[in-house]
Design a protein around this ligand. Structure first.
Ligand SMILES: *Cc1c(COP(=O)(O)O)cnc(C)c1O
Length: 379
C-alpha cells in the first residue's frame, strides 16, 4: 500500500519541468547569479499579482518580516501584537529586532487572531499589529484595519501561508501597511530553495528594505545602517516567475480538494472541518481539522490517531503542537498555562490532512475512511 504524503512537490515539478529547466539554464548561462534583471522582473510581477506598487524580493519569509519591522524602526522597548498559534518565525523576528511579542488568543473557528481580544492588547508601546493568515485563511482585515487605524499603529501581514488569498476583493499583503511572503517550497508559491518578498504601497518602506537587505547600503560600499545580506537568488527568481503563472490554477486545485474534504467530512461527529472565510478566499495551504475528543481524551489520543492513520498509509501533520507563548524560548515572558486557553486547546486538537492541488479524490476518500476508522477504534 502506498502512503499518501502530506504534500507531493514532484508531480507539480514534472508539469513545468521543461519551462523551469530552460529558465534555470538561461540564468546559469548568463553568469548573473545575484540581482540582475530576472530578480527585478519577478519582483515586479509579484507586486502586480498582489496589487501593490512596490515589491522587495529577499531571501526568506523570515527576512521579509524582519525587514518590515526594521523599516518601521521597531526595536527595544516596543511591542508587536501577534498570534501565538503560528510558525516561530512570526514572533522570532519581533524578538530579533529587540522588541517584545504580545500574544493574543485565537478564534478556534478560524485559527486566526481573535479580533475581540485584539484591541485590548494594544498599549502605548504597541508599534505594529502582525496578523497571520494561517493555513491560507485570510484574517478579517476590515476589522484589523479599523482597530489599527483607531489606535494609529501600522499592520504587517504575515502572508507566508497565504499567497493569493483574498479578503473581500483585495489580496492579502495589499491591505496592511506591509505584506510579507515566503517562497519556502511547501508554501503555495514555493521556490526550489529559500525565498521571500515583501509588498507595500509605501515607497519609503520599500527603499529602506532594499537598503537593509543590501548590507545597509543604497550606494555600493557606502553603508548607512547595519543591514543584512538577504537577496533572492536569480535562479529562484526565474523559477518563481514561471510558477507565479500557475499559482491561481494551483490554488483553485486546492479549493477543489478542500471542497471534497468538506463533503467527505460532513456529519462525522467529533471532527470540526475548517470553513471558508466570510468573504474573499482561502488558499488552503493546509487543510486542518480539530479533533474535539482531545478535550476529554487528552493530547496523546491524537498521537495514537496519527499512528493509526500512518498504519493505514495516511500521513498527517500537527501544525503547531505548542503555541509560541508556551515555548521554552519565551518562558521569560511569563505566560502561564491557561493564559491563552483557545490556542492551547487548539494546539492539542489540530490535525492537518494531506493537501496539495494534485491530490486525487480516491486518495482523499482513503484519508477520510482511515480517519473515521481511527475515531471509533483508537482508545
Ligand atoms: C513559513 C513561514 C514563515 C517563514 O518563512 P521562511 O521563508 O521559511 O523564512 C513565517 N511565518 C509563517 C506563518 C510561515 O508559515
Amino acid at each position: 500500500m502506498n502512503t499518501i504524503p502530506p504534500l507531493d512537490l514532484t508531480e507539480q515539478y514534472r508539469s513545468i519541468e521543461a519551462d523551469v529547466s530552460a529558465a534555470v539554464n538561461e540564468v546559469l548561462a548568463s553568469g548573473r547569479y545575484i540581482n540582475g534583471p530576472i530578480v527585478d522582473e519577478f519582483a515586479g510581477a509579484f507586486g502586480d499579482y498582489v496589487g501593490t506598487g512596490e515589491c522587495v524580493a529577499c531571501n526568506s519569509g523570515t527576512d521579509a518580516l524582519y525587514l518590515a519591522l526594521r523599516a518601521l524602526a521597531i526595536g527595544p522597548g516596543d511591542e508587536v501584537v501577534t498570534s501565538p498559534f503560528t510558525f516561530i518565525a512570526t514572533a522570532e523576528v519581533i524578538s530579533a529586532v529587540g522588541a517584545t511579542p504580545v500574544f493574543v488568543d485565537i478564534d478556534p473557528a478560524t485559527f486566526n487572531l481573535d479580533l475581540d481580544h485584539l484591541a485590548a492588547a494594544i498599549t502605548p508601546r504597541t508599534k505594529a499589529i502582525m496578523p497571520v493568515h494561517l493555513f491560507g485563511r485570510p484574517v478579517d482585515m476590515d476589522q484589523v484595519m479599523a482597530i489599527a487605524q483607531r489606535q494609529g499603529v501600522p499592520v504587517i501581514e504575515d502572508c507566508a501561508q497565504a499567497t493569493g488569498a483574498m479578503w473581500g476583493d483585495r489580496k492579502v499583503g495589499a491591505i496592511g501597511h506591509i505584506g510579507c511572503f515566503s517562497f519556502f517550497p511547501t508554501k503555495n508559491l514555493g521556490a526550489c530553495g529559500d525565498g521571500g518578498a515583501l509588498t507595500t504601497n509605501d515607497p519609503d518602506v520599500a527603499a529602506t528594505c532594499r537598503m537593509l537587505r543590501e548590507h545597509g547600503s543604497r550606494v555600493r560600499y557606502f553603508h548607512e545602517a547595519i543591514g543584512v545580506n538577504s537577496r533572492l537568488d536569480a535562479v529562484q527568481a526565474a523559477i518563481l516567475q514561471i510558477k507565479l503563472r500557475h499559482l491561481d490554477g494551483w490554488n483553485a486545485g486546492r479549493q477543489q480538494v478542500a471542497d471534497r474534504y468538506g463533503e467527505l467530512l460532513a456529519n462525522i461527529p467529533g471532527v470540526v472541518a475548517p470553513t471558508a472565510p466570510a468573504q474573499g478566499r482561502s488558499v488552503w495551504n493546509q487543510y486542518t481539522v480539530r479533533l474535539e475528543a482531545v478535550a476529554t481524551k487528552g493530547g496523546e489520543w491524537r498521537d495514537r490517531v496519527r499512528q493509526h492513520l500512518a498504519d493505514q498509509g495516511v500521513s498527517s501533520m500537527v501544525y503547531y503542537p505548542l503555541p509560541l507563548h508556551r515555548q521554552p524560548v519565551y518562558a521569560d515572558l511569563n505566560y502561564s498555562e491557561g493564559s491563552l486557553p483557545q490556542s492551547e486547546l487548539v494546539a492539542q486538537q489540530v490535525l492537518s490532512l494531506p493537501m496539495f492541488p494534485e491530490l486525487t479524490a480516491e486518495a482523499q476518500e482513503r484519508v477520510v475512511y482511515a480517519l473515521k476508522d481511527a475515531l471509533t477504534s483508537v482508545q
